[in-house]
Structures are given as structure tokens and as C-alpha cells.
Design a protein around this ligand. Structure first.
Ligand code: GDP
Ligand code: MG
Length: 295
């Protein structure tokens, strides 16, 4: 019997949702970083099995939004609750469940029969803390099942996938076998640049940045893709930091991004980056939309 369906990945910022998606896919589909709110869009990862197709939806973290960019992100995450066959709710291993987690559990009440609690980052705690945490979660919410995992190493992920496969309904393959994500190559290229900015810059810079790929051209007859991207920031001071002394920061971001792109697209990449100030764009509904963060 062929089974197929949609699986939502939800949870607070930074619990490891995108890392888990990448671990399941065996590829980097969604960028990750130690900074909260790395993921801004819903990203689909399609896993093809002999007897099934699992379509995972990675989402931005759920938190209290204070400006249009964040409101759009939380809306994007909440929209998947009712639209999926299985909901993976991620929390971090530790001594307690956070109030934000409990608030999220509450909003999942109508979907509890298809909600699985995934306790991530078990590599960071001693094993003895897991059972009490599971017990606390069980008392707080009637999850269908509980799975401790380490998304970083893949520990516990096969058992989780087996449970998901059991829960999925009989159905057709919805997507062709060579399709791994719904996101365009342009989107992935822009996200790779944004990931490097997240990893290499600090303070408010990561949150003030949007990346738009202006052109993406495969150069005919050559094993080469030419990519031009603009990095939008909110203020002149941020532009200065991004460019760095004699362009040193731009160079680091560009080189790191190019190497990842060459790996992902399996070809040589010629990457050109530009920095532009779009005053206070995260507060502008129009620009948030224009940069693709309102779905
Ligand atoms: N130690 C440890 N770190 C993890 C694990 N999973 C994710 N992380 C880290 O947690 C941070 C946030 O991960 P990310 O996937 O971007 O979180 P998201 O915001 O929920 O998508 C990154 O620095 C990850 O490397 C894990 O299993 N163990
Ligand atoms: Mg993420």
C-alpha cells in the first residue's frame, strides 16, 4: 500500500525544526543558525520512499509577534496546523517545558490526535531527565506519541519516521520523484546568502536583512551559474557593517555563500552581491510582502 501525506513541523524559534528537516531529507533544504527566527517562510521538503511519500512543511517559529515581519512569520506557521496529516511539535530537551511551549500545545487542541511531540537536542542533556519531561508533557497535552531525538546527528529519527509512515493515509505520490522541495533555485540561493549573514554578523543585523536574487542565469555551454543578489538592510549603519573594512565582510559572506551554492547546485557559481538600504523595511507591510515573507 502506497501512503502519502503532509507533515507540519512547528515549535518555538530555535528548537531545531529546520535542522530536523535537513536531517530527515539528508540535504540542506532549509537554512539553520543559532539565532532565533532564522526561518521566515514555509518550506517544503519531499521525502520519497518505495512505498510512500512524506511531504514535510518546515515553518517559522511560533512566538509573540511585535512587527509586521514577525506577524507574517507566525501566521505562516499557524496556517499549517489544520492542513496536515501529522503535526510534529518540537521542544528542546531540558528540565522543563517552557510557558511558550504550553501555549502552543493549547492552540493545538483540535488536532491532538495527529500531534506527535518531538523532544530535540537530547545530546545536550543526561538521559535521566527525559522520562520526567515526557511525563510532564503527557500531563499537559494528549499527544499521540513522544519521540526524543537529536536532529544534529539523526539519533532517534528513523523511529520517528516509522511512526509517521504508520500514521499517513493511503494516497498517491503528490509530487514527481525528482522534486525535493517546492522552493525555487532563486529562493534557495537567497537563503544561502542569508544564512551566511546570520552566521557571520551580530546584534540586529541578521534581523534587519532580506536577500533578493535579482538574476539567476545558467551560462550556456559552461558549467556555470551567474547569480546577482541584493541584500536589503534597514539603515546606513547596517550597510557599513555588512560591507566591512574595504569590503572584507562582503567578501567573507560571498565566499561562504558561493561555496555552499556550488555544493547545492553541483556547478561553478559566479556570485555578485549588492547592499541596499530600505529604511525600516521590517515595519513595512508592503516591503515584507515584496520580499516574499507574507504567504
Ligand atoms: N546540540 C544540538 N543542537 C541542535 C540540534 N538541533 C538543532 N540544533 C541547533 O539549534 C540551533 C537552531 O536550529 P534551527 O534548526 O535553525 O532551529 P529552528 O529555528 O527551530 O528552525 C542551530 O544552531 C542548530 O545547529 C540538536 O539535536 N543538538
Ligand atoms: Mg528554522
Amino acid at each position: 500500500m502506497f501512503k502519502s501525506g503532509f507533515i507540519g513541523i512547528v515549535g518555538r524559534p530555535n528548537v531545531g525544526k529546520s535542522t530536523l528537516l535537513n536531517s530527515i531529507m539528508g540535504e540542506t533544504i532549509a537554512i539553520t543558525s543559532p539565532k532565533p527566527q532564522t526561518t521566515r517562510n514555509k518550506i517544503m521538503g519531499i521525502k520519497h520512499l518505495v512505498d510512500g511519500q512524506m511531504i514535510f512543511l518546515d515553518t517559522p517559529g511560533i512566538h509573540d509577534p511585535h512587527k509586521p515581519l514577525n506577524t507574517a512569520m507566525v501566521k505562516t506557521a499557524r496556517n499549517v496546523f489544520g492542513d496536515v496529516d501529522v503535526l510534529m511539535v518540537l521542544i528542546e530537551a531540558g528540565n522543563r517545558i517552557y510557558p511558550d511551549d504550553l501555549a502552543l500545545f493549547e492552540s493545538l487542541a483540535p488536532y491532538h490526535q495527529r500531534a506527535i511531540l518531538v523532544i530535540n537536542k537530547i545530546d545536550l542533556v543526561i538521559k535521566d531527565t527525559l522520562l520526567p519531561l515526557i511525563e510532564e508533557a503527557r500531563l499537559a497535552f494528549p499527544f499521540h506519541a513522544f519521540f526524543p531525538v537529536c536532529a544534529r546527528t539523526g539519533d532517534g529519527v528513523p523511529a520517528l519516521l516509522q511512526e509517521i509512515q504508520d500514521l499517513l493515509p493511503e494516497g498517491p505520490p503528490y509530487f514527481p520523484e525528482d522534486m525535493l522541495t517546492d522552493r525555487s533555485e532563486r529562493f534557495i540561493a537567497a537563503e544561502i546568502v542569508r544564512e551566511k549573514i546570520l552566521l557571520l554578523t551580530h546584534r540586529e543585523i541578521p534581523y534587519a536583512t532580506a536577500v533578493v536574487v535579482e538574476s539567476f542565469q545558467e551560462v550556456e555551454g559552461k558549467d556555470l551559474i551567474r547569480i546577482q543578489a541584493t541584500i536589503h538592510v534597514e539603515r546606513d549603519s547596517q550597510k557599513k557593517i555588512l560591507i566591512g573594512q574595504k569590503g572584507s565582510m562582503m567578501k567573507r559572506i560571498g565566499t561562504a555563500a558561493r561555496l555552499d551554492m556550488e555544493h547545492f547546485f553541483a556547478t561553478k557559481i559566479f556570485l555578485e552581491l549588492f547592499v541596499r538600504v530600505q529604511k525600516d523595511w521590517t515595519h513595512s507591510e508592503r516591503l515584507v510582502k515584496e520580499f516574499g515573507y507574507d504567504q
